[in-house]
Design a protein around this ligand. Structure first.
Ligand SMILES: NC(=O)c1ccc[n+]([C@@H]2O[C@H](COP(=O)([O-])OP(=O)(O)OC[C@H]3O[C@@H](n4cnc5c(N)ncnc54)[C@H](O)[C@@H]3O)[C@@H](O)[C@H]2O)c1
Length: 356
């Protein structure tokens, strides 16, 4: 079923990104947004046109969790949308609340694009935000086929990969994969905020990596964490138990070598099971680090050289500190090409080393 015209309620980060992605695919997008500044911005970015009573094939509600039920009810009462879905980061609670509030659950399919940024608002919107990302759909027994099909098409038009699971399984998984990491990131960054400035200047890339999420919007995240409080609390309790074991090991003055390698090894095992960015199957790549001088053309020179050796770069990570005259690039290549790449780089005069 084609979606010719789609309505977006809430033109912030997610709503405007959906609008941009759909417009690229030739879909007519109409936007409703209560904040005039956000609406102006979304229109200026060409995320859609104002929604003035047009009928739409599907409408997506992209507002903060606490506002979803009210907006969905108002949308359904307007009678303008054949079917609707949402993008809320928590699923079971909002579905129950919507049913209790009298929403029509047959024409509604729950959704959650698992893609986002720590900056909100239309200003942060990107057309490719959902490209290659999972888009969870949580139909229940009462969800009609038409709503599921429309929500699936919406996800596909945005370049995402639709995945169906139950609202409860979604919330349990997100507690571990998204909500707990947000909490830990905030707690870690707050801890560092108490260090004197001279010590803070020693911060490295690892700390930045694990605290990126600490820049998130406090009001939005308070709503997300509260909406999934039971699952987040049990994930946090399991983590606290593991942490308590580590604390006990460290504090045991009689044990000269606490069994900490087990903790790190368990982390290695968990990380190795994560799907890679491009797909859903774990991938083993060789990773080669290269030192790159900070001057125009160095990256082009490196990439051209790698291409000349007929090696495909699967992924790139950059590490660079502001005052250093060089940066480090980590190139991921097919496992069997790692040694070739290292040998070629060294004989061409680059400083390179094998990471994995
Ligand atoms: N930020 C992320 O990374 C991310 C990722 C996936 C899903 N989500 C979900 O997407 C939804 C929107 O998040 P966002 O990041 O786009 O937030 P945002 O603050 O950028 O956008 C939300 C927009 O909704 C508007 N809005 C419309 N009606 C509203 C109402 N009744 N009350 C309050 N605001 C109203 C706000 O003015 C704002 O422009 C949330 O439910 C969130 O759980 C967020």
């Amino acid at each position: 079923v084609p979606l010719t015209r789609v309505g977006v309620v809430g033109a912030g980060l997610i709503g405007s990104s959906i609008g941009l992605a759909l417009r690229h695919r030739g879909v007519d997008v109409v936007l409703r947004e209560r904040d005039p500044d956000q609406l102006r911005l979304a229109l200026a970015l060409h995320a859609g046109r104002p929604w003035d009573g047009d009928r739409v094939d599907h409408a997506v509600v992209a507002v903060p969790p606490d506002a979803v039920v009210g907006e969905l009810l108002a949308l359904q009462r307007s009678g303008l949308a054949a079917t609707a879905s949402d993008v809320t980061s928590v699923k079971a609670g909002p579905v129950e609340a919507a049913a209790a509030a009298g929403c029509d659950m047959a024409t509604f399919c729950g959704g959650h694009p698992v893609a986002g940024r720590e900056r909100g608002g239309a200003i942060a919107a990107r057309a490719d935000l959902f490209a290659g990302r999972p888009w969870v759909l949580t139909p229940t027994d009462v969800t009609g086929a038409e709503a599921v099909t429309a929500a699936t098409t919406l996800a596909e038009l945005c370049g995402a990969l639709p995945v169906q699971i139950s609202p409860d399984r979604h919330d349990t998984a997100m507690a571990v994969l998204s909500h707990l990491p947000q909490l830990i990131s905030s707690l870690l960054a707050a801890e560092a905020g108490e260090l004197p400035e001279a010590e803070l200047a020693l911060v490295g890339q690892g700390f930045r990596d694990v605290t990126r999420l600490a820049g998130s919007d406090p009001r939005l995240w308070a709503q997300i964490l509260t909406a999934n409080r039971r699952e987040v609390a049990s994930a946090a309790a399991r983590l606290a138990q593991r942490l308590a074991l580590v604390v006990a090991d460290l504090a045991d003055a009689d044990d000269p070598a606490p069994p900490l390698s087990g903790v790190i090894a368990a982390g290695n095992a968990g990380q190795a099971r994560l799907p890679d960015k491009a797909g859903l199957v774990p991938h083993v790549w060789a990773r080669v680090g290269v030192v790159v001088r900070d001057r125009p053309g160095e990256l082009a020179r490196l990439f051209t050289a790698v291409a000349d050796w007929d090696i495909n770069i699967e992924d790139v990570a950059v590490e660079h500190s502001r005052n250093a005259p060089f940066g480090r690039l980590e190139l991921a290549v097919a496992a069997e090409r790692g040694d070739d790449l290292l040998r070629h780089l060294e004989s061409a005069g680059w400083t390179a080393y094998r990471r994995t």
